[in-house]
Write a protein that binds this ligand. Structure first.
Ligand SMILES: NC(=O)c1ccc[n+]([C@@H]2O[C@H](COP(=O)([O-])OP(=O)(O)OC[C@H]3O[C@@H](n4cnc5c(N)ncnc54)[C@H](O)[C@@H]3O)[C@@H](O)[C@H]2O)c1
Length: 289
């Protein structure tokens, strides 16, 4: 049993927007906070647009869209999260900024609170975020959703050193109520998803750099031979080459091994501003629509 009725989301960007949409559609009272007013306004606008598209595609009825939107409030003060049974953090991937937030949340939801404090971080140590949360440390956990959140089924649940069993159980039950599958992993850099995926992407860059095959052929071989829906180099563009390089560095440092260092070609493309879909060119080119 998760005993959760109200879900708070801190960070109304790409991931926070998706998590809040899924939470409200699943029937939870949902409160979204962002420190930037423009992000909050954009999130609200995107919720309305994305849900309208669900109606157009026949996947939702208009009254359900109205109910879903009616469950979401967009707030300008973090203090207004008091009623939340869980707060899911999805702010910028910066350890210092996240630790500041967890310190504030730890004060707000102190020792006598039951509120869970979850982070959607892709790479930052849950153990360190828990330490920052002080008296709430045993209620801090990683809930790693995947993009795009309404579509992707997995929530990788990351247990920090201090995370209590009860916290993990409640989060697994909540993930199921959100229509997701929770799979646990322990707190090591890259967790499981990135630890296994990123070295494969990195190796694809090495293979290209060494002239083993052209990028399109690398991807075609992996799609047809391994039944991947998307080749590793196309996936790298989708994720962002800068993000891939950053995650590799985090793993190299966190796991004390240079075998996780980003491929020189990957670093060079990032330096050239070729970041993938978001910049219009990465490994491949994406003409603007
Ligand atoms: N994008 C992905 O594919 C993906 C996948 C899994 C996990 N993640 C993780 O999710 C988190 C968010 O990523 P995103 O892609 O949604 O980023 P984003 O840049 O789209 O959104 C981040 C939001 O956080 C807000 N913000 C920044 N500092 C804040 C603060 N101190 N308090 C409140 N709000 C603040 C920003 O205004 C912005 O709206 C990161 O930790 C990232 O690593 C991202």
């Amino acid at each position: 049993m998760h005993n959760i009725k109200t879900i708070g989301i801190v960070g109304a960007g790409q991931m926070g927007g998706g998590i809040s949409q899924v939470a409200a559609a699943a029937g939870f009272t949902t409160i979204v906070f962002d420190s930037h007013n423009e992000s909050l306004a954009r999130c609200k606008d995107q919720h309305a647009k994305r849900l309208a598209r669900e109606v157009e595609k026949g996947r939702m009825q208009q009254p359900d869209v109205e109910k879903t939107l009616g469950r979401i409030s967009y707030i300008h003060y973090l203090d207004h999260m008091k009623a939340c049974d869980i707060v899911i953090e999805a702010i910028v991937e910066d350890a210092r900024v996240k630790k500041d937030l967890f310190a504030k949340l730890g004060k707000q939801f102190g020792a006598d609170s039951q509120t869970i404090l979850a982070s959607n971080t892709s790479s930052i140590s849950i153990t360190e975020l828990a330490a920052a949360a002080g008296p709430a440390a045993d209620r801090v956990i990683g809930m790693h959703f995947f993009y795009p959140v309404p579509v992707m089924k997995l929530v990788e649940v990351i247990r920090g050193r201090q995370t209590a069993e009860g916290t993990t159980g409640r989060v697994a039950a909540l993930a199921a109520a959100l229509g997701k599958t929770a799979v646990p992993a322990n707190d090591r850099a890259g967790f499981i998803s990135n630890r296994v995926l990123m070295p494969m992407i990195n190796e694809a860059f090495y293979a290209w750099m060494e002239g083993v095959a052209e990028p399109a052929h690398v991807d075609e071989i992996m799609k047809l031979g391994c039944n991947f829906p998307m080749g590793p180099l196309r996936l790298a563009d989708f994720i962002g080459l800068d993000t891939c390089a950053h995650i590799m560095e985090v793993m190299a440092d966190g796991l004390n091994s240079d075998r996780y260092r980003p491929c020189p070609l990957l670093k060079q493309l990032v330096a050239a501003g070729r970041l993938g879909d978001k910049s219009g060119r990465g490994v491949f080119e994406y003409p603007t629509k």
